[in-house]
Every structure is written in structure tokens, then in C-alpha cells.
Design a protein. Structure first.
Length: 422
């Protein structure tokens, strides 16, 4: 496995580096969703209203997005390790202070600091994959890392509910602080993967301005908008899933957690499906196939999803697996569109997924006939837009490394050519 690394990791080794990437990818979904089962208890504890407590979630979303945009480009200027370590230490300390917050405003303030640290970690960890892993093995590592972004939001509420069985909401944040401490130790052992000569040589503000340079890459931005659409219905499901299982179908909280957990575990096969399929089919054709399957799952949900929780879960699971399939190779394709400014590219990738996911959570609570129809309609609409945009991109003159160069009539990209030869 050492042959996978562009630069050797003296202390972590290849397995330690993968462990660092996996754990850091869990930080954000756990921070967002693990404490949600405790929200009613926090309302009573702080003697406040639900709207004020919800600021701990809204504030996290906002400042996580800001952290993504600021610290990814900053790592292009100063290197990955200083930004990663600073972000992880800030996250760890803020999580502990959340656990000991004497009032709701202290909790909100520490959630902001926690979010900024998580934003730095998320942006940098994606950039490290491109820095540290050879192109031929990058998708395999991304498959491991990216699945955590899919499984995490589904599994986190279940973990939070289990914690509440033995402790109160304080323990949720102590758990997050412990995870942060593990990441901080791994970050200390991590060896810098961005050489000094490869760093952005301008000012910090200049490095942040590189976000605009990356966004002007039409292939990058177009493809990012297309694959980002999968986050719209996925986060819509996260937002209203409990209402569907508990209120609409009349399940208990424990039964609801089982459905969520099963969906999380089965969704994890998505990246494995891509790794297997990639031996026989190009990313171009695979993208077309999964858009069609995802669109069909939304139609099926609207037709039969209201009949039973099993049919609803099955139709959503098909979509969720497609979403998990697309993440590893799409992230690799997006990173391949940029020779430099990897931190800025990583920031925009994660920011787009976050922003589109937020929009999905808002759309989910619109006045639909019921939430099942709402989630199904969001799947159908988002995948229809993705299909139209995908075929328009393929027919356009916009270059897309790793996709359009797979066309036999186009010059082959070295990485694609190597795969074809194998």
C-alpha cells in the first residue's frame, strides 16, 4: 500500500493516513446530526424556545460553509498540516466548551467555533487525497472517505439516541470532543503533503480569491452543479425522515432508528458498486445510468412509497445507493480539473454539497400533500434537472477531464488511457 502514496508518511504510514481521512470525514455529519435527538431536552435545560436552540444548527451550517471557503484556499498558501491541526484543535476545544456551556448563547457561540474548525478540516482532508494518493488509486481511497459523508448523516441521529439512553446531551458533545482529540493526534503525526514550491505564493487574501479562478473553470463548475443535485433529496430525507416513519407510518422511535440504521449500512455499498463497475464501464456512461435509476426511484416512491414503511425505505434506498455511487469518482473528476489550487477546489466541492443540502432541507418542509410525496417529487425534479444538464454538458464544447476524453474520438487523458490498457 506504500506504493499508493506520492510522499511517504513516516509516522502515520498509509493505513494511518487513511484512518485520518476517514475520521475527519465523520466530523461534520456527526456534529450536525448526532445531537438532534437531544434538542427537546436542551430546550428544557436552558429554559428557552425551540427557535433559539435551532440556532445551534443554523449557525453551524452557516459558519461551516464560511470555514470551507476560507480555510481550503488558506491551505494552498500555508500548507495542509497547519490548517488541519489548527482546525482540529479549535473543533476539539469548542466541542468540550459546548458540553460545559452554562447558557444557550455560550452554546451557540461555541457551535460557531466548532463549525469553523470542522470547515477547515473538511476542506483540507479532501485536498490531502489529491496531494498524497497516486491518481490510479485515488478513487479507491475516495470511495472509503466519501461514503462517510453519506452514511454519517443517516447514522448520527441513531448514535445520538443511543447516547441519550445512558447519559444526557452533554455526553454528545463530550463524544465529539473525544473524536476531535483523536483527529488532532493523527494530525500531529501527519507529514505535510503540499511541498513549499507547490504552494500559492501570493497573500492570504489572494489565495482566497483563487476560489473565483477555480469557479471560472466551466467543466469543474458544470459537473459540480450536476452531481451536487444528489444532495438535494438526500438532505430532504434527513430533514423529514423522522416525521415520515414516526408520524405518517406510526412507528416507534426505536423502529424509526432501525430503518435509518439499515439504510445507512446498505448505502455503504454504493462506492463498492462503482469500483466494480469501473472495470467495465466509463464514468461517462455510468453517470448516465445512475441518473436514470435515481429518477426511477423517485417515481416509484411517489407511486408506492405511501403504502408501507418498507416500500418507502426501499425506494429511497435505491436513490441513496446511487448518491453514494457518484461521490467518489465525481470528486476525483472534479479535483482532476485543476492542476493547482487544490485547496480552493476542495472548498468549493464541499461548499456546494453543503449549500445544496441546505436547500433540500428547506424544500422538504414545503406544503406538500405529505412528506413522502415531497421527497419523491424532489428526487424526480432534481434528477430531471441533472439529466438535462448532463446531456447538455456532454454536447457542449466544455472540456471535462476524465469524462469527455473517454470518448474514442477524443484524445485520451493519461489516467483514462492507463485504465483502458489494463
Amino acid at each position: 500500500m506504500n506504493r499508493w502514496l506520492v510522499q511517504p508518511q513516516k509516522y502515520l504510514g498509509p493505513f494511518g493516513l487513511v484512518a485520518l481521512l476517514v475520521v475527519t470525514s465523520l466530523v461534520t455529519p456527526l456534529s450536525l446530526d448526532m445531537y438532534t435527538p437531544a434538542v427537546p431536552h436542551m430546550t428544557e435545560y436552558f429554559e428557552t424556545d425551540a427557535g433559539t436552540v435551532n440556532l445551534t444548527l443554523a449557525g453551524y451550517y452557516l459558519f461551516f460553509a464560511i470555514g470551507l471557503l476560507v480555510f481550503g484556499p488558506t491551505s494552498d498558501r500555508y500548507g495542509r498540516k497547519p490548517v488541519l491541526l489548527a482546525g482540529m484543535l479549535a473543533y476539539t476545544a469548542a466541542s468540550a466548551l459546548c458540553a460545559t456551556a452554562p447558557d444557550i448563547w455560550m452554546l451557540i457561540g461555541m457551535r460557531v467555533v466548532q463549525a469553523l474548525g470542522a470547515g477547515a478540516v473538511s476542506a483540507v482532508s479532501t485536498a490531502i487525497v489529491k496531494d498524497a494518493i497516486i491518481p490510479e488509486k485515488r478513487e479507491a481511497i475516495l470511495s472509503i472517505v466519501q461514503v462517510m459523508f453519506v452514511v454519517g448523516p443517516v447514522l448520527a441521529p441513531v448514535v445520538g439516541a443511543l447516547i441519550l439512553q445512558v447519559a444526557d446531551w452533554h455526553m454528545t458533545f463530550w463524544t465529539l470532543s473525544g473524536i476531535g482529540l483523536v483527529c488532532a493526534v493523527l494530525s500531529l503525526l501527519y507529514r505535510e503533503t503540499l511541498p513549499t514550491q507547490a504552494r500559492y505564493q501570493g497573500t492570504v487574501f489572494g489565495s482566497i480569491a483563487q476560489l473565483g479562478t477555480v469557479a471560472k473553470n466551466k467543466g469543474f463548475t458544470s459537473f459540480l452543479c450536476i452531481v451536487g443535485l444528489y444532495n438535494l433529496p438526500f438532505m430532504a430525507y434527513i430533514a423529514v425522515g423522522s416525521y415520515i416513519y414516526i408520524t405518517f407510518f406510526g412507528l416507534s422511535e426505536l423502529e424509526y432508528s432501525y430503518f435509518f440504521a439499515i439504510a445507512a449500512l446498505l448505502t455503504a455499498i454504493g462506492p463498492l458498486i462503482w469500483l466494480k463497475a469501473s472495470r467495465y464501464v466509463s464514468a461517462r456512461r455510468f453517470t448516465t445510468i445512475i441518473i436514470v435509476i435515481a429518477l426511477a426511484s423517485g417515481i416509484a416512491m411517489m407511486m408506492v412509497g405511501e403504502i408501507s414503511p418498507y416500500l418507502f425505505c426501499a425506494t429511497f434506498l435505491v436513490f441513496a445507493i446511487m448518491e453514494a455511487c457518484v461521490r467518489p469518482y465525481s470528486t476525483n473528476i472534479l479535483l482532476s480539473q485543476q492542476e493547482g489550487d487544490t485547496g480552493a477546489a476542495s472548498s468549493l466541492i464541499n461548499f456546494a454539497h453543503t449549500a445544496i443540502g441546505c436547500a433540500g432541507m428547506v424544500l422538504a418542509v414545503l406544503p406538500w400533500p405529505n412528506y413522502i410525496v415531497g421527497v419523491g417529487a424532489i428526487i424526480v425534479l432534481s434528477m430531471a434537472v441533472a439529466a438535462i444538464s448532463w446531456f447538455a454538458l456532454l454536447r457542449s464544447g466544455i472540456p471535462l477531464i476524465g469524462v469527455k476524453d473517454a470518448d474514442p474520438s477524443a484524445p485520451a487523458h493519461p489516467a483514462t488511457a492507463a485504465k483502458d490498457r489494463r
